[in-house]
Design a binder for this molecule. Structure first.
Ligand SMILES: Nc1ncnc2c1ncn2[C@@H]1O[C@H](COP(=O)(O)OP(=O)(O)OP(=O)(O)O)[C@@H](O)[C@H]1O
Ligand SMILES: [Mg+2]
Length: 500
């Protein structure tokens, strides 16, 4: 390999310096100026400039311009194909013109009106991912001599550096924008809608506990927004930059739940092929949301209690104590006080988790929020399904207000989604809503039955009614009635229920 001359060596040294700026200077304008100034000095040029292509207008505009007329030239815009810069931007090829007076492409207007005498010019395109984004050009040497073919190499390097700087900035900008969109989307998704007193009280309590690490238990029927409230508490407090990790305690058998909560070491049990970090560790500095805590088995309750008392835990199969700083929010739709009373939920654990208790009101208790919520969901689904003119008819709104909403807000949300899809696209009518008010009085229960018979009849009718309401969806029906799905299936065969 040829040895570099000392001039080339020092050039290289300076270029390295500039490359380091590209990754460290975050302000793009400042960076481009630095690059062009450095280019002017290193190439001993009389003037240099960087022009960017505005894709929409097809014009090049001066982003940076050095030299004594630098300020004046900035007011000019150049069409693609016009002048040397316009030519290079159009063709994507570098161009060196030793004597501009002999070149038909030379666009005199700028140098004539600024009085800047130009003899030679070199211009190189800037590209990002094969797209031309602008050009870098230099005019004459300081001593008045022409630019030489040798200078083109260096100018190309500067154009590449500038392109890299711009592409980096675009990427950063894109990430920022994406983050912002995601955040906005999340905020919209987690927005708590409602103006009722009952909800206002809940929200003000949530803000109060948000600022401390106090363990909070959220009670409330299915679909009342317990998880939404947990997210609000997390977001409103000092831990909002750290994660909120959600775990559903009802969804997993004990051994898996334990590994989910506390993690496991490699080889801790069959199938544990790698170390797994548990939810408690993932939530370090943030919040863990123990959903459906009322379903937790006595064994897991004991384990959880120990961790909360001692402040440390071990990964399954591990012997290194791990301590984390986690705030605990739990939720259940069971009557937890009764669970404690009847011995199904440990009292000591209950006191640990239930330092502050917030009860989400059911939708029946805040009927005034129904129109607000219905319109909120209408807005969401309208956009999603592309039906901008859709509205809710008065009759449909009345039907919703009079309905009991056993599945609360989740049910309202689902009902609106269905109505938006099934309706005529202009107005939501009562029949578009999948809600049926159950009959108040049941005729088949009469005097003369034993209590057991009456209860059985009632149970059968109640299950039928709920199944009708969920259009035969057993999982949903079980959830609304707060019973296990397997138990529901048993009841369905016991009472010989079919055709729903
Ligand atoms: N006040 C509210 N404003 C807007 N949307 C809400 C509100 N409350 C609940 N929702 C929506 O209703 C649905 C159910 O809420 P969420 O999951 O928080 O209820 P939950 O009480 O945790 O229910 P479950 O006990 O069944 O787990 C979600 O889609 C949630 O976004
Ligand atoms: Mg929930």
């Amino acid at each position: 390999m040829r040895r570099l001359s000392s001039k080339e060596n020092s050039q290289l040294e300076r270029l390295r310096e500039i490359s380091s700026w590209v990754s460290s200077v975050l302000d793009l304008d400042q960076l481009l100026e630095l690059i062009i100034e450095k280019a002017t000095r290193m190439m001993r040029a009389k003037a240099s400039s960087l022009l960017l292509l505005d894709k929409k207008t097809g014009k090049l505009y001066f982003k940076v311009a050095t030299g004594e007329k630098g300020h004046e030239v900035r007011k000019y815009e150049i069409n693609l194909g016009q002048g040397i810069a316009g030519y290079v931007a159009q063709k994507g090829q570098p161009l060196l013109i030793p004597d501009v007076t002999n070149d038909p492409r030379w666009y005199k207007k700028i140098s004539e009106s600024t009085g800047f005498e130009t003899k030679s010019i070199a211009c190189v395109p800037m590209m990002v991912n094969g797209d031309i984004i602008g050009v870098v050009e230099i005019i004459d040497k300081e001593d008045g001599s022409s630019i030489q073919p040798d200078d083109m190499k260096l100018l190309t390097v500067f154009a590449e550096l500038a392109s890299l700087a711009i592409s980096n900035a675009q990427k950063i900008d894109q990430v920022r924008r994406e983050n912002k969109n995601l955040r906005e989307e999340l905020e919209q998704q987690y927005q708590i809608v409602g103006e009722s007193q009952a909800l206002a009280k809940v929200i003000s309590d949530a803000f109060k506990v948000a600022n401390s690490k106090t363990s909070t238990m959220i009670l409330g029927e299915s679909g009342t927004g317990k998880e939404l409230l947990a997210r609000l508490i997390h977001r409103a407090g000092p831990r909002k930059q750290k994660p909120m990790v959600v775990i559903n305690c009802a969804a997993l058998p004990d051994t898996l739940l334990e590994a989910e909560l506390f993690g496991h070491e490699r080889g801790a049990f069959t199938g544990a092929v790698a170390r797994k970090i548990g939810k408690f560790e993932l939530a370090d500095g943030g919040t863990i949301f123990l959903d459906e805590i009322g379903e937790m088995s006595p064994g897991m309750q004991a384990k959880l209690l120990r961790v909360l008392q001692e402040g440390v835990f071990y990964r399954v199969g591990g012997n290194v104590p791990i301590s984390v700083d986690v705030r605990v929010i739990s939720a259940t739709n069971r009557d937890i006080a009764k669970e404690v009373e009847e011995g199904r939920f440990r009292e000591d654990l209950y006191y640990r988790l239930n330092v502050v208790q917030i009860r989400m009101p059911s939708l029946r208790e805040r009927k005034e929020d129904i129109p607000l919520l219905a319109n909120h969901f209408l807005e969401i689904f309208k956009l999603e399904k592309g039906l901008p003119d859709l509205r809710i008819s008065k009759k449909a709104m009345e039907k919703m207000i009079n309905y009991e909403w056993p599945g609360n807000i989740r049910e309202l949300r689902n009902a609106m989604e269905r109505a938006v899809v099934m309706g005529d696209g202009r107005e939501i009518l009562p029949e578009d809503l999948p809600i049926f008010s159950p009959k108040k009085n049941s005729n088949s229960i009469t005097v003369g039955l034993t209590l057991k018979e009456a209860i059985n009849r009632f149970k059968k009718e109640f299950i039928i009614e709920t199944l009708r309401h969920t259009r035969g969806n057993r999982t949903q029906a079980a959830k609304i009635m707060d019973i296990q799905r397997t138990y529901l299936s048993r009841m369905i065969s016991k009472y010989n229920i079919h055709d729903i």
